[in-house]
Design a protein around this ligand. Structure first.
Ligand code: GTR
Length: 371
């Protein structure tokens, strides 16, 4: 690749097409109608630190409707427009905080029975350090990914994919989009909504995702240039990790355990990774010229930290083409020593999770590029 022009007019589009054909499926271009209803607005949430809004999204094709709820915190200390982190949660909006006014997410009911611990308020509040994020002047927009596509086998009819005019319930078309593709699409719909929030800066949007949501965040970032920073936390196989290393989770395993995440064509590479006509670093290269952050955890061999690092490292030529700085060394850095360049990376101690430390690194990276 010798010029930005050649990259943007040709190679970038070819790579995008490869990922649609072989990994995530084709994202439809059809527009689905969405209406927004403000469910609540608390100007003094989190001890006055934030304005908290809950917004009901109703996606419809005229016959059928699917509901999702966005939870949005806007920092009161920021006088003008604030930068924002967009990211899905796993267990519903009410799991991210103990605040009793936060609604349970509608999609949870498709996946969890009444007795499930997911209904407990704050069940995953350790993954959302709202106080610190708001104190540092960032807004947060989160939604439960089950609202967009309930994360379980056989849920396609309850996902927003079912609203599209060419929807075939059990389609096994080679490049049929599936859960990750649909989650990525949904993340862009959150951005569509944010346009009308005059305290949110549309030029300073970061997308963040952990694990399966890290995969979706990368795919959303690859397709939607409005994401200026793209953060993948321990996204592993089918995310940041190189597939051809076949280390930790592999394509055979992931397409067996989660047959509804990737397009059917991805299974063709199960046990056959060397036949893939590309690898995941090319997905990461689609983030250029925006800023990319990849994070791993030492105890998370299943996500292959080294494969995640190398994948980020191999984007360096494309960053260079834009006069930007990728990662310098092919050696994995030491634990808890983040690299903050135009591409960022850290490997922290501990297990598969998203922690306050991870968030602190993401915010340091965003301070450099979004402030
Ligand atoms: C695992 C899966 C990973 C990762 C993870 C998660 O079971 O094997 O690919 O997505 O779940 O989302 O926490």
């Amino acid at each position: 690749m010798t010029s930005v022009r050649e990259w943007e007019d040709k190679r970038r589009l070819e790579i995008l097409d490869l990922f649609m054909t072989h990994v995530y499926g084709r994202t439809p271009s059809e527009k689905i109608t969405v209406s927004y209803t403000l469910l609540s607005c608390n100007p003094k949430a989190l001890d006055g630190k934030a304005t908290c809004k809950q917004v009901l999204f109703s996606f419809t094709n005229g016959e059928k409707e699917i509901e999702a709820i966005l939870l949005l915190y806007i920092p009161n200390l920021v006088k003008g427009k604030a930068p924002v982190f967009v990211g899905y949660n796993f267990m519903g909006n009410a799991s991210t905080t103990l605040d009793p006014t936060i609604y349970h997410s509608p999609g949870l009911r498709f996946v969890y029975g009444k007795d499930s611990p997911v209904w407990k308020r704050g069940a995953q509040k350790n993954r959302w350090c709202f106080d610190q994020i708001l104190e540092r002047g960032y807004a947060v927009a989160t939604m439960c990914y089950h609202d967009i596509y309930p994360d379980q086998v056989g849920m396609r009819d309850y996902s927003v994919a079912s609203l599209f005019s060419d929807y075939i319930p059990r389609s096994r078309k080679h490049d049929e989009w599936e859960a990750i593709g649909v989650w990525a699409w949904g993340a862009s719909r959150i951005v569509d909504y944010l346009v009308q929030e005059d305290r949110i800066d549309m030029d300073r949007i970061a997308i963040v995702g952990h694990s399966r949501q890290g995969k979706a965040a990368l795919w959303a970032g690859a397709q939607d240039m409005r994401f200026k920073v793209v953060i993948s936390n321990e996204s592993g196989c089918g995310g940041a990790a190189l597939s051809k290393r076949v280390y930790g989770e592999n394509i055979a395993r992931i397409t067996t355990d989660f047959p509804y995440w990737f397009c059917p064509g991805f299974s063709r590479y199960a046990g056959n990774e060397e036949e893939l006509p590309f690898d995941q670093h090319e997905l990461l290269a689609l983030i250029v010229p925006r800023y990319l952050y990849v994070a791993s955890a030492e105890g998370d061999w299943w996500s292959d930290p080294k494969g995640e690092y190398l994948s980020a490292y191999y984007t360096k030529d494309i960053y260079q083409l834009y006069g930007m700085n990728g990662l310098e060394s092919a050696e994995l850095p030491f634990v808890n020593q983040p690299i903050l360049s135009d591409v960022g990376y850290h490997i922290r101690e501990g297990k598969h999770d998203i922690t306050d430390y991870d968030w602190e690194c993401f915010m340091n990276f965003c301070d450099l590029h979004l402030k």
